[in-house]
Design a protein around this ligand. Structure first.
Ligand code: 5GP
Ligand code: ZN
Length: 113
């Protein structure tokens, strides 16, 4: 079992923002912006490559997209936020269960892209 599978299973507590059958959204333990939510599929996929190639990948991808918008709405940042996915070691991924960072509550001035 991985860390986020344990959080999804409730074995490790999390500060829940939103949940449905497919996803769990919770506050990052080490926020880098005033709003920093992690959107995590309840099914384990190592990363976005595995999410893309899995038979259920399209379903979970759609649910992740909807959950990102829902989490942003709940947090009051729908008008502007940034979503990041780190993929693999070179991408800076540290928890190998695919997840999307939803960052906001601030005006981003620096851009990577
Ligand atoms: P990554 O570096 O894989 O893109 O992002 C992993 C994120 O998970 C980091 O932002 C880190 O702060 C967060 N994180 C790691 N362990 C925990 C935990 O136990 N609970 C919560 N809520 N977030 C965690
Ligand atoms: Zn997992």
């Amino acid at each position: 079992m991985c860390l986020f599978c344990d959080i999804v299973a409730g074995k490790i507590p999390s500060d829940k923002v939103y949940e449905n059958e497919y996803v769990l959204c919770f506050n990052d333990i080490n926020p880098v912006t005033p709003v920093h939510v992690l959107v995590v599929p309840k099914k384990h996929f190592d990363n976005i490559n595995e999410l893309a190639s899995d038979p259920e990948g399209a379903l979970y991808s759609a649910e992740i997209t909807k959950a990102i918008a829902e989490a942003a709405k709940i947090k009051g940042i729908s008008e502007g936020f940034r979503t990041i996915n780190n993929c693999g070691e070179d991408g800076g991924q540290s928890v190998m269960h695919v997840h999307f960072h939803v960052l906001g509550g601030t005006k981003f001035t620096e851009k990577i892209v």
